[in-house]
Design a protein around this ligand. Structure first.
Ligand SMILES: Cc1cc2nc3c(=O)[nH]c(=O)nc-3n(C[C@H](O)[C@H](O)[C@H](O)COP(=O)(O)OP(=O)(O)OC[C@H]3O[C@@H](n4cnc5c(N)ncnc54)[C@H](O)[C@@H]3O)c2cc1C
Length: 442
């Protein structure tokens, strides 16, 4: 950071991929800036820590890039500060020349079908938060104590959930799954896991590496009805063909493999063209009623024909959205994102990542998205006039807020790594208080 050049003050709210890529793009610009990356959790990295599956450790290596950004003198991490709880949207706007919202999209999309309040019904946020040890997550040990589970959705999150339910303890050895969640999954008598998509195999948004993992599980076999797998990718838009061809090849292998006759005791059934219409049961889920769909121009059209699957666990994984919060930014309810036009929210306020475009793409997609928005910030030549970091520090001190810095996070990280043993890379803290305690210097 230059000593005497006036620096534009920037608050980035959200220490996930989009927030880090925005900070990175800003520090690469010739204009001087001072950046505070604020997160409601004491720990950084957003869904790389809290979403990416615990058995996909190599994906999590991307945090090394984010660490380098945090080592830049122009960048501060301020953890345990929530927009809306500790500081309002209006306050941030008055404190920083530029506010970049990188809040992600945390709320699960709802199916809105009868039976959603039954015991044993869980949404993807609750389920993923549980196995990833996100503070505040509910213990779902009783819910997963089931013989059969239905996971609704055809994206990679649905596949992550099904795979973690299907893996053996040995297969999770090298992961950082929450130990309580791992034990509950091991203890569950699960023999059948149904992943159900409302459209056909060629419309499913999951990707081939995640799909192919179902062919490599120790105790679980994939079951695919050959009748639903098309011969070719005919009708698939040209730009999607290479990806869909890979999926098709894998699905054909699964269908030919006759998973139902496989000696492995757990079956993962990949079911297509069906929408849940009712979750059945009195107190606990006992089954799910589905309506079959046919596909017309890539869209699911209900046929009126129904069928039921017996299950005691129901997980919906049909996507995420941003939701309105008091003291938070304006939300576009129809799109489920922060209201914006190409990343501009209002003068001086911008949005990046999932909060801007919704839950699409991979981690790297957020880099291009953030660069585009940072170019707009530079073009907009926002005036340098606001107090910035000193103003926020004063406000947080007045409110006696307990915050975490990058050095604090490093101490939390060290404690978590030290708690890992065998192949397990770390044991995550699940309570904010424990994180704050671990953050204290010796
Ligand atoms: C279950 C799951 C698994 C995934 N697995 C993969 C994968 O294997 N590979 C891949 O490429 N992509 C994966 N993704 C997608 C990837 O995680 C996203 O593309 C990426 O995390 C989006 O980045 P983001 O910064 O917009 O949001 P996020 O990562 O959600 O970051 C948002 C940050 O904002 C903070 N925040 C939210 N509200 C507030 C507030 N009010 N105040 C302060 N801070 C706040 C949050 O704590 C969080 O740290 C996965 C997503 C999910 C949900």
């Amino acid at each position: 950071m230059s000593d005497d050049k006036p620096a534009r003050t920037i608050a980035i709210v959200g220490a996930g991929p989009a927030g880090f890529y925005a900070a990175d793009a800003l520090v690469r610009k010739p204009e001087a800036c001072r950046i505070d990356i604020i997160d409601r959790l004491p720990t950084p990295y957003g869904l790389v820590r809290a979403g990416v599956a615990p058995d996909h450790q190599s994906t999590k290596n991307v945090v090394r890039v984010y660490d380098r950004i945090l080592k830049n003198d122009a960048v501060r991490l301020i953890g345990n500060v929530a927009l809306g709880r500790d500081v309002t949207y209006d306050e941030l706007k008055s404190l920083y020349d530029v506010v970049i919202l990188a809040l992600g999209a945390q709320s699960p999309r709802q199916l809105s079908i009868p039976g959603e309040s039954l015991f044993g019904v869980v949404d993807c946020t609750g389920f993923v938060n549980w196995y990833n040890a996100v503070p505040g997550a509910l213990d779902l040990a009783k819910e997963v104590n089931a013989n059969a589970a239905v996971v609704v959705g055809n994206g990679n999150v649905a596949l992550d959930i099904a795979r973690l339910l299907a893996k053996t303890p040995a297969e999770m050895d090298q992961s950082d799954i929450d130990p309580g969640a791992a034990q509950a999954i091991t203890d569950a008598p699960l023999t059948d896991i149904y992943v159900v998509g409302r459209r056909g195999p060629m419309q499913a948004s999951f990707t081939s590496p995640e799909l192919s993992e179902f062919g490599e599980l120790a105790e679980a076999a994939p079951v695919v009805d050959a009748a639903v797998v098309p011969e070719t990718t005919e009708g698939v838009p040209d730009d999607q063909k290479p990806k869909k061809e890979k999926n098709l090849r894998i699905l054909k292998e699964f269908a030919a493999g006759d998973g139902a006759a496989d000696p492995r005791p757990v079956k993962v059934h990949l079911v297509f063209c069906a929408s849940p219409v009712e979750i059945l049961g009195d107190e606990r889920v006992t089954g799910v009623r589905f309506e079959r769909n046919r596909i017309e121009d890539g869209r699911a059209v209900p046929t009126g024909e129904t069928f039921e699957i017996d299950a005691q666990l129901f997980v919906s994984a049909i996507g995420y959205r941003s939701s309105s919060e008091e003291g938070g930014p304006p939300i576009d309810d129809a799109r489920g994102t922060v209201k914006n036009e190409n990343g501009r929210v209002e003068p001086g306020v911008y949005v990046v990542g999932w909060a801007r475009r919704g839950p699409t793409g991979v981690i790297g997609t957020n880099r291009n998205d953030a660069r585009e928005v940072v170019d707009q910030i530079i073009d907009d030549k926002v005036a340098i006039s606001k107090p910035g970091p000193e103003g926020l520090d004063a406000l947080l001190a007045e409110r006696a807020a307990v915050t975490t810095s990058y050095e604090d996070w490093q101490r939390i990280d060290e404690a978590e790594l030290a708690a890992g043993s065998g192949g397990r890379p770390r044991v995550k803290f699940t309570r904010i208080d424990d994180m704050i305690e671990a953050a204290k210097p010796d």
